[in-house]
Write a protein that binds this ligand. Sequence first.
Ligand code: GLN
Length: 268
Amino acid sequence: MPAMNEATRNLADTEADTRPGRRIDVVSLYPKDMNIYGDWGNVLTVMRRLSLYGYDPVLHEYNQGDPWPEHVDLILGGGGQDNGQKKITDDLFARADTLRALAADGVPMLMICGLYQLFGEYFETVDGTRLDGIGILGAYTVGREHRMIGNLVEHSEEFGDIIGYENHSGQTFLTGDTKPLGRVDADGTGNNGTDHTEGARFGNVIGTYMHGSVLPKNPRLADGLIRIAAERRFGAFSPQQDEQQSTELRRIDDFAQHARVVAASRPR
Ligand code: GLN
């Protein structure tokens, strides 16, 4: 993945230059094995938007066996094929207590598809293998022969319409106090194709089937995560932007708006 390495190198360069009161530590969870359908775009979006708001984001890529970063403000995890999910399970369980403690503490997290499933209670794959999840989200998933694939719009009270692309065989059902991230209109889409829910939210932890990547296309969702991260670390979200940064942010948001219209109008 040359693009990822290049981007990471550039982002990592900022570490030495962080200013007191502006540093935000972002963790990308298992980017080697859980990173499909453009999910890396979520990391790029958060890093870029934080910079444009005048913060000093530092990226920590966490893969199996890596040391856990000293400080964590925001965690992003992507999707993966069933075998990628199997590969990371042991390490995920080794880190489960840390992740549960961070979630209980209110650290914002966004988990896409494969990691959404493993942040739930379990994922039983289509061949009957059961992968236990770490139970941060009240959700369980059962694999089916029929994959749910296509562009998707969901309606969320907090973030407006979220637009993305789903591609999963797992059908997810929510349990307990975990709420859906949003609602979908059509049968055959969303968490399980039947109850018209999509994604999950418990505290500041969000799970969703939305690839896309989802954050570039949904600045409100990206900013929601950023705001919580900044408020937790510094007590307030306080953008400090020069003219150039504001202009660039508007330009990116215009692109996002265009991408949203195109994706929402595409057939599945
Ligand atoms: N392997 C899982 C499924 O198909 C997750 C796929 C994904 O992350 N896109 O349900």
